[in-house]
Design a protein around this ligand. Structure first.
Ligand code: HEC
Ligand code: HEC
Ligand code: HEC
Ligand code: HEC
Length: 496
């Protein structure tokens, strides 16, 4: 240590010099940083904005202002991604789960049922699916294209004064009924753009906005205003325009969400039962059936993430950074393909832990699903066996009603995306109900068969491949059903 007087005398001067130098350096760096930020902001924000028409359905026109969002959106053209239960590969559900063919006997879903891919395929896929016979109502276009709200708004514009002052949403609400009452084929030239920017954004402000009347009206009937929700809820509601259960109401085929009593399967079943609604009559059991579509929003709403305010966009559109710019990833896909950005923001688990936690949840759900599937498929055959023994519609009424409930509940889980992940407990509760109802139906059917003197097991046909199962459906439809009673003839006494 050296504390000689000379040196200690020169210290304050030196100190002040260093201090001022540091201040100058920090100031200079600050200026430089500010200038970089400003230039980056200029590049991002102050670039002259291209004017985007309020009905612009071509997403590539929006790209000029928002190149990053658009480029990530185009990544949905990749349909090769695959996870254990998800991804964008159009896997064939009917080959993977042949009981599906039996459950949908007599309905389009028994002919063609593929896994969904990215939004950019929506128009192509709805046009080419084996379920589209060209005779569909225009309503089937509803969740495939921004040309839908555009057309609705064009119809609506003819019905109001000063349409140029009205928003796309206001005009679409006025013109929706006219849109739905058209046929599919009326719009094959008009509807060309797959789901895009206009579906979720107002081009003037880029704010999120609901463009689809069905969601606005479903909220209204529950006394809620879709335009008055929080920003965080909006990050879910833009998805709930399409990822929901719906049906076509009345002869006008008006797209409607069956949520008047709530979004649980119980509330929706009651809604449909009150209206005596059916999607189709089952080809094997002649049961009036309900097809659940993809109740993703409904199922999600019952889960822990919704409870804690985590939105669809938090997991499916996480932030992405590129050259210092932060933006929402518009490549909507399985979050398991992007765990670092989607889950790890909130969960400090390794990627491997996260993936195995998710698949563990999904495996359990898949097992519950398979159990329900088999029980319901057998229940349809049990009813058909009763019919072969001579049972009447009156005798079968309560049994069919049980199968209708069982399958609707199974489908609430099966048709919802994510293999149970969005709400594991609720999905297993609903599957448990499906199994119970299907088994009740089978017990009642067995009792009914006994009253006709048949006490042996029903002779179930082989539906172990998609082809066998489809041929079986065809046999029931054309009146050449296999003998499910193994040659048993009902005695005259039993019939009396
Ligand atoms: C907590 C995160 C999280 C939230 C919130 C969330 N999801 Fe998911 N989602 C997932 C995971 C995980 C999967 C399973 C992906 C897989 O199996 O590959 C999934 C699967 C999906 C799939 C199927 C994707 C595929 O590739 O199979 C769709 C569609 C979907 N979610 C839509 C939604 C919608 C709509 C909402 C909001 C109503 C939502 N999700 C909310 C995490 C989330
Ligand atoms: C399915 C709905 C949906 C579609 C389609 C969609 N976006 Fe978005 N977009 C969102 C959501 C959700 C956010 C997050 C908004 C927020 O939290 O404020 C967002 C945010 C944005 C933002 C704000 C900055 C950012 O990145 O967070 C811009 C700009 C944007 N989107 C541009 C586009 C463009 C351009 C297209 C068409 C190529 C498009 N979006 C298509 C849902 C959508
Ligand atoms: C205008 C209707 C519409 C809106 C709005 C919409 N979707 Fe979709 N979504 C679809 C359709 C239709 C498909 C299936 C497309 C196909 O298979 O051709 C789909 C497919 C998907 C897939 C499957 C992609 C894959 O790789 O597995 C995910 C994930 C998804 N949507 C999530 C969301 C989320 C999250 C939102 C909200 C931010 C949203 N969607 C908003 C209609 C919509
Ligand atoms: C915005 C924050 C957020 C994001 C993003 C998020 N989570 Fe969560 N997650 C939560 C919260 C909050 C809970 C509730 C438990 C808690 O409070 O710790 C939770 C709970 C869970 C649980 C336990 C569920 C249960 O019922 O016990 C799992 C598993 C999970 N998350 C998986 C995921 C996966 C996988 C992803 C990505 C696809 C994801 N989370 C994304 C916030 C998030």
């Amino acid at each position: 240590m050296n504390d000689s007087p000379q040196q200690s005398g020169s210290k304050p001067v030196m100190g002040w010099f260093l201090f001022l130098l540091t201040v100058a350096a920090v100031f200079g760096l600050g200026m430089l940083f500010a200038s970089i930020m400003e230039r980056r902001d200029e590049a991002r924000v102050r670039r002259p904005m291209a004017e985007i028409n309020k009905f612009e359905t071509d997403s590539s026109k929006w790209a000029e202002n928002w190149p990053r969002q658009h480029a990530s959106y185009r990544e949905m053209d990749d349909d090769k991604t695959m996870t254990k239960y998800g991804g964008a590969v159009p896997r064939d559900y009917l080959s993977e789960t042949t009981a599906n063919v039996i459950l949908f006997a007599g309905y389009g879903f028994s002919k063609d049922y593929l896994q969904a891919r990215g939004h950019t395929y929506a128009v192509e896929d709805v046009t080419e699916t084996g379920r589209n016979n060209g005779k569909l109502p225009a309503t089937c276009w509803s969740c495939k294209s921004p040309d839908v709200p555009r057309l609705m708004a064009e119809f609506g514009a003819k019905k109001v004064e000063n349409p140029e002052d009205k928003s796309l949403q206001e005009l679409a609400l006025k013109g929706a009924g006219e849109f739905y009452s058209h046929k599919w084929n009326d719009f094959t030239e008009e509807i060309t753009h797959a789901i895009g920017c206009l579906d979720c954004h107002d081009p003037d402000t880029m704010k999120l906005r609901v463009s689809r009347p069905a969601l606005i009206e479903a909220f209204e009937r529950q006394g809620k205003d879709v335009n008055k929700v929080s920003h965080q809820e909006m990050r879910t509601l833009v998805c709930a325009q399409c990822h929901v259960e719906y049906y076509f109401k009345g002869d006008g085929k008006y797209l409607t969400f069956p949520w008047d009593g709530g979004t649980t399967p119980e509330a929706m079943e009651e809604y449909y039962n009150e209206r005596d609604f059916k999607d189709w009559t089952h080809a094997i059991s002649k049961t009036p059936m309900i097809k659940m579509q993809h109740p993703d929003y409904e199922v999600y709403s019952t889960g822990v993430h919704a409870f804690r305010g985590v939105s669809c966009a938090d997991c499916h559109m996480p932030y992405r950074t590129e050259g210092g710019a932060k933006y929402s990833d518009h490549h909507l896909q399985s979050p398991l393909l992007n765990i670092a950005n989607s889950c790890a923001v909130c969960h400090r688990w390794s990627e491997e832990e996260t993936r195995s936690r998710v698949t563990a949840i999904q495996d359990k759900n898949a097992e519950g699903r398979a159990r329900a599937e088999r029980a319901i498929a057998y229940a349809h055959f049990d009813i058909a066996a009763c019919m072969q023994a001579g049972a009447t519609d009156e005798q079968l009424k309560s049994i069919r009603s049980l199968v209708r409930t069982a399958q609707m509940n199974w489908d609430y889980v099966a048709a919802n995306n994510g293999m149970g992940f969005h709400s594991p407990q609720e999905c297993l509760r609903v599957l448990a109900k499906a199994v119970e109802k299907a088994q009740e139906a089978r017990v009642e059917a067995t009792r009914l068969l006994a009253t006709y003197g048949y006490t042996k097991p029903v002779v179930y046909p082989d539906f172990s491949t998609k082809e066998k199962a489809q041929a079986l459906n065809q046999a029931f439809i054309s009146g050449n059903a296999p003998d499910l009673l193994g040659g048993f003839k009902v005695s005259k006494a039993a019939l009396n």
